[in-house]
Design a protein around this ligand. Structure first.
Ligand SMILES: *[C@@H]1O[C@H](CO)[C@@H](O)[C@H](O)[C@H]1NC(C)=O
Ligand SMILES: *[C@@H]1O[C@H](CO)[C@@H](O)[C@H](O)[C@H]1NC(C)=O
Ligand SMILES: *[C@@H]1O[C@H](CO)[C@@H](O)[C@H](O)[C@H]1NC(C)=O
Ligand SMILES: *[C@@H]1O[C@H](CO)[C@@H](O)[C@H](O)[C@H]1NC(C)=O
Length: 381
């Protein structure tokens, strides 16, 4: 509490000196299921995906919205903290107020043909990052027109570019590819992300947040898939698989290096890195301090297999799965995705210091109440 309070005072003091104009007026987002507020569901119809069924959405929206969680995602908490409406999915149609969300669950950073050339099939969606950018390019003329109008529009808009890339690796791991092969993909994935950033700058975007990857070695889906690891593969402090986390850190390191290069080339653009890895690790390192329960790594919604409540015969939302009694005590929702409770804490951590350079500086009146999970702690570093 003390940490977060002093951070807030610092943020406020800094702000009043720097920005009198206030926060962003819209959010645009590209990415995958960590940010999708409905596009996959709209693209497949409610029978096409289990995210169209309860228990998805049960905690906050009380009905499925296409979000891969029991409730709100990080982007929802960020929008609420900034006093903005939830960011509407592009496929819901219409433009304007509050921004647009182009993220599609299952999306990859690289295009389908990259995976085809590796002999892999992309099953979840073909709306990769470049397809999402195409949507934005198509929509842009309806958002602003004159050069000065567009400059003003862009200066008030916040762009989230990711997280994206996680599915590129998910596909490769689930196709049984070796760590060596998957590690060789990382520079290509990072290049796809930084090319998107470059293109957006070309289209006039001025403030971007580019997230890294989560610690996938703590993900119930990965823990379950690699359950037969040797004991010394696990971090005894967290129960996470070390080599998978090292892989996520490798991706993040490369991404950060490229973002540093982009910042030098575009000093007039704010290109922030969102450290999803560290923000999430704060929970995995001390789950109880953040209000989580005794076996926080297991999925809340699953079908009872193994140590992580995951059984490939029935995923969350499918016949034979069930939901834990209190989702707010679990970090993992369905194995790959997190609960609203976890997303809330991580969003607080991001706005509290894990987005660098900070975007909260432009927002003197962030609503920290929205981000407080009741454990009385908003992380900050
Ligand atoms: C969805 O599935 C239900 C149950 O199988 C069926 O009754 C319904 O017609 C389907 N809807 C569409 C749009 O296909
Ligand atoms: C994705 O696949 C659908 C159906 O096969 C097709 O209509 C659509 O054009 C494809 N989209 C992209 C971005 O390739
Ligand atoms: C997964 O579910 C199937 C069918 O209910 C069951 O036979 C199997 O033992 C389960 N696996 C685990 C690891 O619990
Ligand atoms: C901040 O969020 C809380 C919880 O959602 C809400 O009750 C409150 O009205 C919000 N405050 C402002 C100033 O918007």
């Amino acid at each position: 509490m003390a940490v977060s309070l002093s951070f807030r005072l610092f943020a406020l003091a800094y702000l009043h000196a720097q920005h009198a104009s206030g926060c962003y007026t819209s959010i645009f987002s590209f990415g995958d299921s960590l940010a999708d507020t409905g596009n996959l569901l709209l693209s497949t119809g409610s029978n096409g995906t289990r995210v169209g069924r309860l228990p998805y959405g049960e905690t906050f929206f009380h009905s499925p919205t296409g979000r891969f969680s029991d409730g709100r995602l990080m982007i929802d908490f960020i929008a609420q903290a900034m006093g903005l409406p939830f960011v509407r999915p592009y496929l819901a149609g219409g433009a304007g107020g509050g921004g647009v969300n182009f993220a599609v669950a299952g999306a990859t950073a690289l295009d389908v043909h990259y995976f085809e050339s590796m002999g892999m099939e992309i099953k979840w969606t073909n709306y990769s990052l470049s397809a999402q950018l195409e949507w934005f390019r198509h929509l842009l003329p309806s958002l602003c027109s004159s050069a000065s109008g567009c400059a003003a529009f862009m200066s008030d808009a916040l762009f989230l570019v990711g997280e994206i890339g996680g599915n590129d690796y998910n596909h490769a791991f689930s196709a049984g590819r070796s760590l060596t092969e998957i590690t060789a993909m990382v520079p290509d994935v990072v290049r796809a992300i930084t090319s998107a950033v470059d293109e957006l700058i070309g289209m006039g975007v001025r403030t971007m947040v580019v997230p890294g990857n989560f610690p996938i070695g703590c993900s119930a889906a990965y823990l379950s898939r690699f359950q037969n690891e040797k004991r010394d593969s696990y971090d005894p402090r967290t129960g996470c698989i070390k080599w998978l986390n090292a892989f996520a850190e490798y991706h993040n390191r490369l991404l950060e290096e490229e973002l540093r290069r982009l910042r030098c080339r575009h000093p007039d653009v704010i290109i922030s890195y969102a450290d999803y890895y560290q923000a999430a690790m704060e929970i995995y390192a001390s789950p109880q301090d953040h209000g989580f329960g005794e076996s926080p790594l297991a999925a809340c919604c699953g079908s009872g297999g193994g140590d992580y409540n995951l059984n490939s015969t029935a995923g969350c939302g499918e016949e034979g799965s069930s939901v834990c009694s209190d989702p707010s005590r679990q970090i993992s929702w369905d194995g790959l995705h997190l609960t609203e409770a976890a997303y809330r804490v991580i969003a607080g951590g991001l706005l509290g210091g894990h987005i660098m350079p900070s975007i909260a500086r432009a927002c003197p009146e962030l609503n920290w109440t929205v981000l407080d999970n009741g454990a009385g702690y908003i992380s900050s570093s």
